[in-house]
Design a protein around this ligand. Structure first.
Ligand SMILES: Cc1cc2nc3c(=O)[nH]c(=O)nc-3n(C[C@H](O)[C@H](O)[C@H](O)COP(=O)(O)OP(=O)(O)OC[C@H]3O[C@@H](n4cnc5c(N)ncnc54)[C@H](O)[C@@H]3O)c2cc1C
Length: 275
């Protein structure tokens, strides 16, 4: 699942994403939701929620599907500007808002939702301090999968809106100890899972390279076109970039696995270079 040991996820992810990242994204997006629970929740919450995705006892059951609900129509890169609010009501929380581009949005068993708990937050500091993570389970009253986006690729993975309409959850479904904000957990989740986005792009690139190589060997224009330097140089450069991309991903994956902090944005570097 890639929550703790990310290197095997890189190997499996690259193969799954060969030519199209749909299956890889669908399967590994559960790791995104699970990582959010791991990053924002307490040890006790992680122990309670994560086994259903990891199947640690190897039981003959289908692992659960998770979704991570952060992005909104008005809040993409600007993550502190969320317009989904969580309001305390007795010991419960009531969530209202709309998320967009959510992988597994219509089929998750568990949603890790990031919402703003301070309705008066105006500055970035206040907004960051007010962010918190919440667990919403499939079938909860007020949870509605919204629009299913039509995409050009990654078709095996569904990407939808998720709407929370006066959704009530018990107090224990708030992730964390109730004091610290969820902002650091959001960053940790995004940074740790960027590597696997990079790996998806790498699988697509490798398929493109292998297809181009095969074509260049078999397409004859007086001679196989791979014998023309202009063509073979281009193929050599593609191979070199794929190797470099893989090395960046594996390095970041190794660091994440061994708790070596990303001091130079290594997860972001891997994703940016690959994609
Ligand atoms: C297939 C798919 C699956 C996804 N799955 C999930 C999911 O499971 N959960 C989830 O929460 N989200 C998901 N997302 C959303 C994804 O994380 C967002 O698309 C991403 O955060 C960017 O937000 P945005 O699309 O609103 O772009 P914007 O933030 O609007 O950015 C648009 C452009 O402006 C640039 N830009 C923005 N701000 C700045 C700045 N300060 N300086 C310079 N340039 C800037 C960006 O680089 C980009 O080129 C998914 C997206 C896709 C496409």
């Amino acid at each position: 699942l890639g929550i703790e040991d990310k290197l095997p996820s890189c190997l499996i992810g690259e193969e799954l994403a060969w030519g199209d990242a749909g299956i890889q994204v669908h399967l590994m997006a559960s790791g995104l939701g699970a990582k959010a629970i791991h990053a924002m929740g307490t040890e006790e919450q992680a122990r309670h929620w994560l086994p259903r995705f990891c199947n640690p006892d190897n039981k003959p059951v289908i692992p659960g599907i998770a979704a991570f609900c952060l992005t909104e129509p008005g809040s993409g890169s600007h993550v502190t500007g969320l317009g989904t609010f969580a309001k305390k009501d007795g010991s419960d929380w009531i969530i209202n808002g709309t998320k967009q581009f959510i992988t597994n949005g219509s089929r998750a068993d568990v949603y890790a939702v990031v919402a703003q708990t301070n309705p008066d937050a105006k500055t970035t500091m206040e907004q960051a301090a007010g962010l918190a993570g919440f667990i919403v389970e499939k079938g909860a009253k007020g949870l509605h999968p919204g629009k299913d986006y039509k995409k050009w690729g990654v078709l095996a993975s569904d990407t939808t809106e998720v709407v929370f309409d006066n959704l009530r959850i018990p107090g224990e479904n708030r992730l964390g100890n109730g004091e610290s904000g969820g902002m650091m957990g959001v960053y940790e989740t995004l940074e740790a899972t960027r590597v696997l986005v990079g790996i998806g792009a790498l699988g697509i690139a490798r398929a493109a390279f292998e297809t181009a190589l095969e074509y260049a060997k078999t397409r004859v224009q007086k001679q196989p076109i791979i014998k023309y330097q202009a063509v073979s140089h281009k193929l050599a450069e593609m191979e070199m970039k794929i190797q470099a991309a893989r090395a960046l991903c594996w390095k970041a994956a190794w660091m994440a696995t061994h708790d070596v902090p990303f001091t130079r944005g290594e997860g972001s570097q891997a994703k940016l270079y690959c994609s």
